[in-house]
Design a protein around this ligand. Structure first.
Ligand SMILES: [Zn+2]
Length: 404
C-alpha cells in the first residue's frame, strides 16, 4: 500500500490558442490508472493577468478525475502581475513558473528578479525551466546554417552547457532574492552537480527529473522515428543517466515529475519538420510509478521508501499540500495505491488511457503495477478498470512549501 502519487509537472490546461491532446479529462484518466491521484498543471498568464490564467485552468479542470492544483506560468513579469501574487497565493495558488529558455527572460531579467522577490515575500515556490536561451538560439542557428536540421541534430542544439549555465543563474537568483525555486526536468550530471552545490550553500532550491532521463539516452536520436522522443532538454549520455539515478538516491533530486505533454505520432513525425519545430513532450502519467518501481526498486537503484518520497511525499511538501497529500496518515486524504509489486505487464499505448497513439516506452516489460487506486476514500481504479467520473477531482489549495 502506497500513498497516491503527486505529479507536480503536467500540461493539461489549455491556452487561448492551444488545447492539449491530453486535457484534464484524458490526462487524469491516465494519472488515476497509474496511481497518480493529484496533479499540478501549468496554466499561462493570460492578457497579462495571472488570475485569468487560473480561471481558464479552473474551467478546464472541471473535467478532472484527479485532484489538481496549478503553477502559473509568468510570461510578462509586469508590475501589475507582481502585484497579483499575494492575492492568488491567498487563494491557494502558491506556485509560479518561469521559462529561462525564452528570449523574454533575457530581455526582462530585472523584472524576473523582482518577480522572484515578490514570490519570496508571498511564500510561493517558483518552478523554473533552466536552459539558456542565448546558447540554444546560437546552436540552433549554426545547425540551420549548416543545413543540419534533421532530428538527430536536436541534442546538439540544446547542449548540457545551456542547462548548466541556466541552473547556475537560477540558483544565484534564488540566493539573491530569497525565493524558493523548483528546477524542473534536470537531465545532466553537470546540472545536478550545480544543484548539489546550491543546496550545500543553503539555497532554497528543489530539483526534479523526469522519467525520460532515467530510462533513455541520446542513442534514441539515431532512430528514424527519433522525433517521438523529442523533449526539452534532449536525452543525454549514459553517464548522465547514471548521475540522475545517483542524484535521485542521494537526495540531490527531490522529485520525479512527468512533464506529461503528449502529441500524436503524426504531429511528432510530420515530414520535413526541422528539429526545432517538433512539438516537445511525451506521455508519462500512467507509467510514472510502474516504471520507477520496475527500473528503480526492482533493479536495486532506489529503495521503496525513496520511491515513495520522490513520487508522493516530497512533491506534496514542495506544493504545500503536505500532510493532506503525499502520506498515509490519520487526517490525510485517503489517496491510496494498492500496488502489486509482482504484476508483469508490457507497455502498449493501446492499453493505456492517454489520448496519445504511442507511448515512449512501447514494448518495455514492467514488473509492478497498481491493482487498486483509492482517491479521497473512493475506489477510482480497480483491476484494470477506471471507476471514476470526469469531474470528481477537486482543487487542492497550495500553501507554502515545507522543508523535508
Ligand atoms: Zn513542462
Amino acid at each position: 500500500m502506497l500513498p497516491g502519487c503527486v505529479d507536480l509537472h503536467t500540461h493539461l490546461a489549455s491556452t487561448p490558442t492551444f488545447a492539449p491532446l491530453d486535457d484534464f479529462e484524458h490526462g487524469t484518466r491516465a494519472a488515476i490508472a497509474g496511481g497518480v491521484t493529484t496533479v499540478a498543471s501549468m496554466v499561462y498568464q493570460e492578457d497579462g493577468s495571472l488570475r485569468r490564467g487560473i480561471d481558464r485552468g479552473r474551467r478546464d479542470a472541471e473535467r478532472s478525475l484527479a485532484d489538481f492544483a496549478f503553477h502559473i506560468v509568468v510570461t510578462d513579469p509586469s508590475e501589475a502581475a507582481r502585484a497579483e501574487i499575494p492575492a492568488v497565493v491567498r487563494d491557494g495558488h502558491a506556485g509560479l513558473k518561469v521559462f529561462m529558455v525564452t528570449p523574454r527572460f533575457g530581455e526582462r531579467r530585472d523584472d524576473y528578479r523582482l518577480l522572484l522577490r515578490a514570490a519570496a515575500r508571498a511564500g510561493t515556490v517558483v518552478a523554473i525551466h533552466a536552459e539558456d536561451y542565448e546558447i540554444v538560439a546560437a546552436r540552433t542557428a549554426e545547425l540551420h546554417a549548416a543545413r543540419r536540421t534533421a532530428v538527430r541534430h536536436f541534442p546538439a542544439s540544446r547542449p548540457v552547457e545551456a542547462e548548466v549555465k541556466a541552473v547556475r543563474e537560477a540558483i544565484e537568483l534564488a540566493e539573491d532574492t530569497g525565493a524558493a525555486i523548483y528546477l524542473v526536468h534536470l537531465s545532466s550530471r553537470a546540472a545536478l552537480d550545480a544543484l548539489r552545490e546550491g543546496k550545500r550553500r543553503g539555497v532554497h532550491v528543489f530539483g526534479e527529473t523526469r522519467p525520460l532521463y532515467l530510462y533513455l539516452t541520446r542513442a534514441q536520436f539515431d532512430r528514424p522515428d527519433a522525433a517521438l522522443w523529442v523533449g526539452q532538454p534532449p536525452l543525454r549520455e549514459p553517464d548522465d543517466v547514471d548521475a540522475v539515478w545517483a542524484a535521485l538516491g542521494d537526495g540531490t533530486l527531490d522529485t520525479v515529475g512527468t512533464d506529461h505533454f503528449p502529441h500524436t505520432r503524426a504531429a511528432k513525425l510530420a515530414p520535413g519538420q526541422s528539429f526545432d519545430r517538433i512539438p516537445p513532450g511525451v506521455s508519462n502519467l500512467e507509467t510514472l510509478l510502474p516504471m520507477l518501481h520496475s527500473e528503480g526498486v526492482r533493479k536495486g537503484r532506489l529503495t521503496l521508501a525513496r520511491m515513495v518520497e520522490v513520487l508522493a511525499t516530497a512533491p506534496a511538501r514542495i506544493a504545500g499540500m503536505y500532510p493532506r497529500k503525499g502520506v498515509l496518515a490519520v487526517g490525510s486524504d485517503a489517496d491510496v495505491v494498492i500496488f502489486d509489486p509482482n504484476a508483469r505487464r508490457t507497455i502498449r499505448a493501446t492499453e493505456l488511457h492517454s489520448a496519445c497513439d504511442y507511448d515512449p516506452y512501447e514494448g518495455w516489460d514492467v514488473t509492478g503495477w497498481p491493482l487498486i487506486v483509492i482517491a479521497r476514500g473512493e475506489v477510482v481504479f480497480e483491476r484494470g478498470e477506471l471507476r471514476a467520473e470526469a469531474g470528481r477531482g477537486k482543487f487542492v489549495a497550495r500553501g507554502v512549501a515545507s522543508p523535508a
